[in-house]
Design a protein around this ligand. Structure first.
Ligand code: ZN
Length: 154
């Protein structure tokens, strides 16, 4: 496994300088674990109507899981929930592509820094690291909006 090829500059930058780290007031809190790697995250979301007012988190684990949480914070805070779900679904699609999807301009527009994880999709064990915070966000959002976390929106 070429670890170096995955640890791109964008990912390292988010890892070293995480956006929005720390737990703040929230409408729901979830704790998710990725047992394959040992990553853990406690994540809170706060909504202002349909708008994501804040996503705060405490996480520990590998650089991919931590960088991903930082990217999530940067991308989702301030977005309406419908737009945030579109971003989450696009990211999921990329991460499940097993390295076969090369992000085009449209995908880059939606995902911004999250396209840096494209290379990670080739490594099944690492995909869970990248998706940990996104699944936590989805779960927390479902709780706030009173939906079943098991219900797929896709
Ligand atoms: Zn990990």
């Amino acid at each position: 496994m070429q670890l170096q090829s995955m640890y791109q500059e964008v990912i390292l930058d988010h890892y070293k300088h995480p956006h929005g780290r720390g737990l703040r007031e929230g409408d729901a809190e979830v704790h998710h674990v990725n047992p394959t790697c040992g990553d853990e995250i406690t994540l809170r979301v706060r909504y202002d109507g349909e708008t994501i007012a804040d996503v705060s988190y405490e996480s520990q684990g590998c650089s991919i899981s931590q960088a991903s949480a930082s990217v999530l914070n940067e991308l989702l805070v301030g977005k309406e929930v419908t737009e945030a779900r579109k971003i989450q679904e696009t990211f999921l699609e990329l991460m499940q592509s097993k390295g076969r999807v090369t992000p085009d301009d449209a995908m880059e527009d939606v995902l911004q820094d999250a396209v840096a994880f494209a290379g990670v999709s080739k490594y099944p064990a690492r995909v869970k690291c990248a998706l940990l915070s996104w699944m936590a966000w989805k779960d927390a959002t479902a709780q706030v909006l009173g939906e079943s976390a098991l219900e797929e929106t896709a």
